[in-house]
Write a protein that binds this ligand. Structure first.
Ligand SMILES: [Mg+2]
Length: 263
């Protein structure tokens, strides 16, 4: 995908004038369990209009909220949109029994909101970044999907950058393992996260801004920028090692600039 290259000045001006900011998490604000340089000051400066929008499928919004609170930054939990959490809550509106590939915390969350977790005739397979994926679980998922059970996938990303830029296999890598076992076109597949529209729709409804008043900031052309484009948002592609990063945008900000407070 072709991405227009913005100067740092234009990027900072775009951030200042936006009514709301949708900001990616991994590789943008954080890597592994650390905030990236400039992220704390960025959130202190613009936090009033920041909505965090991530394809993360191993954590819940309250986890990121608590992570930021411990660092003295408050972003309300209802302004954090995570693909895994969203995949489970969407599944709850449609299905009662699901086969869930995900970590223990996401299993507990799904069970807690009333989903029955089972491999026996489930209504759907939900695929999150399952860091405990086994050959047996893969076999079960493949055979359910081959038999026509719908597959709901948190995100299509194959990797995300971890600490020290270590490549971390993502949900899309597990999806590739499932689809590799199936004839082409077999899965009844639905992807929840960016670049698809659901997280954008939810965040737009929350901030009550028109799409053209919102800027998406992210480090992935294929998910963040493509998703923003489809949803009609402005966007800024950042790279922690290039001219336009969260750190450099923050350094351009006037010291007293504050985000417009949104409920
Ligand atoms: Mg990212």
């Amino acid at each position: 995908m072709t991405v227009q290259t913005l100067s740092l000045l234009d990027a900072a001006a775009r951030v200042d004038s936006a009514k709301a900011l949708f900001v990616d998490w991994d590789g943008c604000l954080a890597a592994g369990n650390d905030l990236l340089p400039g992220a704390r000051r960025f959130l202190a400066t613009y936090g009033g209009k920041v909505h965090i929008m991530s394809n993360n499928s191993t954590r819940l919004p309250q986890d990121l909220c608590a992570f930021l609170d411990r660092r003295g930054i408050h972003i309300p939990v209802n302004r954090i949109f995570l693909a895994g959490h969203c995949a489970i809550t969407q599944a709850r509106t449609r299905y009662s029994k699901v086969f869930l590939l995900g970590n223990q915390q996401m299993h507990a969350f799904a069970h807690g909101i009333g989903l029955t977790l089972t491999a026996e005739t489930p209504d759907a397979v939900i695929l999150l970044r399952d860091t405990t994926l086994t050959y047996d679980k893969l076999t079960t998922a493949v055979n359910l999907v081959a038999a026509g059970v719908p597959l709901l996938v948190a995100n299509p990303d194959r990797t995300h950058p971890g600490q020290n830029s270590v490549l971390t296999p993502e949900t899309g890598a597990l999806l590739a393992a499932i689809t590799a076992c199936l004839p082409k076109g077999t899965p009844k597949l639905e992807v929840i996260g960016k670049p698809h529209g659901l997280l954008f729709d939810l965040a737009l409804a929350k901030c009550r801004a028109r799409p053209d008043e919102v800027v998406m900031i992210g480090d992935s052309p294929d998910t963040d920028i493509q998703g923003a484009r489809t949803a009609g948002l402005q966007s800024i592609l950042v790279d922690r090692n290039s001219e336009v990063s969260i750190n450099s945008i923050t350094e351009m900000a006037a010291p007293l600039v504050g985000g417009q407070a949104l409920a």
